[in-house]
Design a protein around this ligand. Structure first.
Ligand code: LMR
Length: 404
């Protein structure tokens, strides 16, 4: 038995964490997985999360009963308002179906599974993904029988957005195609469309009757402002674009291991939403029965209590600002101090957890092999892994590989 099971390679992102942990080199640096660290390279439990946890564990009525199949209503309702806006016309009309999921990955999976079963496919089942995208997207869609197709997104020449390439793909794709876009802080490039470009994208998507699959894993983390970071999603809802949104609280609430997320599907009518909800419940029941409660309760407390919500906004700013400071510092070291060949403005222009440095596979590997700096081989670095203690070492190592 199992003679025909091929050996799979380890996950490209999580293998870096394991290799980093096993490394005994004192100056080792982990710029691999996208997980926030404080300036002392420690995981950061948000002060507001500590507070909410205390409230939760001291609640004499807390029990460990099953949640409803679609999750904790106080969580899903508040999460929908957070991402769609509390004044969202879709929410007001009761057209949004919100289901609690196993973080953003679970939302992507449930959304993909639902589409694979119920979307009116125009020919073959395909999803358009940005090139590049989060490495897990391909696997998630393939698992449910949807074939990923690339659309141009990142332009290596400008280390920025290939806007024309993206727009051409939208207009060339057969009408009714499914397009996945990252709502903010694109992973892995850190390159986002401007608001003006988003408007043009929305217009083009509407013109071709495409379906929008938004992945939003970094709301608030990109700019430090929750409202600014959901601008694109809200704009698409306002334009009436048929869409779903995958939402994660891993990064913006630092609840990585608690797996708190939601899938929000915006339907044309309340009646359609009711039917969609019924089918999502059936899918969820057979997959996970009902979602875990702890993290959702923590987030529900934060979202529904104005004092905690204000504190959360502050914590988000703390994370976003530290990352922005690291961007400025890395840019300064490369350009002003080391005079590293090339233009490094993209480090400060990119946004969110990651920076796509522009170094190639060999250079990325060399950073790991020679300098013990762990990063994915596409040249992506997690800015959260940088701090005032290691940033000079990273800049000098980058300088060395660039000079060859
Ligand atoms: C990443 O891209 O590093 C994070 O989103 C973690 C993950 O699940 O891959």
């Amino acid at each position: 038995i199992w003679q025909n099971v091929p050996l799979a390679p380890p996950d490209s992102i999580f293998k870096l964490t394991a290799a980093y942990k096993a490394d005994t080199f004192p100056q080792k640096v982990n710029l691999g997985v996208g997980a926030y660290r404080d300036n002392d390279n420690k995981p950061w439990v948000l002060p507001v999360v500590k507070k909410a946890t205390q409230i939760l564990v001291n609640d004499p009525n807390l029990d460990h009963e099953y949640l409803p199949i679609t999750g904790l209503p106080e969580f899903t309702g508040a999460a929908a308002k957070l991402i769609l806006g509390s004044d969202s016309p879709a929410l007001r009309d009761g057209r949004v179906v919100s289901v609690q999921t196993i973080s953003g990955t679970g939302a992507n999976h449930l959304g993909a599974l639902f589409l694979s079963k119920f979307y009116t496919w125009n020919g073959s089942k395909q999803v358009y993904l940005s090139n590049p995208t989060w490495a897990n997207h391909q696997a998630i869609f393939r698992n449910v029988g949807i074939e990923p197709v690339d659309y141009p997104y990142y332009d290596p020449k400008t280390i920025g957005l290939d806007f024309d390439g993206l727009m051409n793909s939208i207009s060339d794709a057969p009408s009714g195609s499914v397009f996945l876009l990252h709502a903010c802080a694109h992973n892995p490039t850190g390159v986002d469309p401007t608001q003006e470009q988003w408007q043009q994208i929305a217009k083009a998507i509407v013109a071709k009757n495409h379906y929008m699959f938004f992945d939003c894993a970094y709301q608030g983390f990109a700019s430090g402002d929750l409202d600014r970071d959901n601008w694109a999603v809200r704009h698409f809802v306002e334009r009436g674009v048929p869409m779903l949104v995958c939402q994660s609280f891993a990064k913006n609430a630092g609840l990585y291991g608690e797996r708190v997320g939601a899938l929000h599907l915006v339907s044309p009518t309340k009646e359609a939403a009711d039917r969609v909800r019924s089918q999502l419940s059936v899918l969820q029941r057979s997959e996970i029965s009902n979602p875990p409660s702890y993290g959702a309760r923590v987030v529900a407390l934060i979202l529904n209590n104005p004092t905690l919500f204000a504190e959360w906004n502050q914590d988000i700013k703390t994370m976003a600002e530290r990352i922005i400071t690291m961007r400025k510092e890395l840019h300064h070291l490369l350009t002003e101090e080391l005079h590293t060949p090339g233009n490094w403005d993209h480090i400060i222009n990119q946004i969110g957890m990651f920076s796509f440095t522009g170094i190639n596979t060999d250079q990325s590997k060399s950073m790991t092999e020679k300098a013990h700096i762990y990063l994915t081989t596409n040249g992506r670095i997690s800015m959260a892994g940088l701090n005032t203690h290691n940033i000079r070492y990273v800049a000098e190592s980058l300088d060395k590989v660039v000079r060859g």
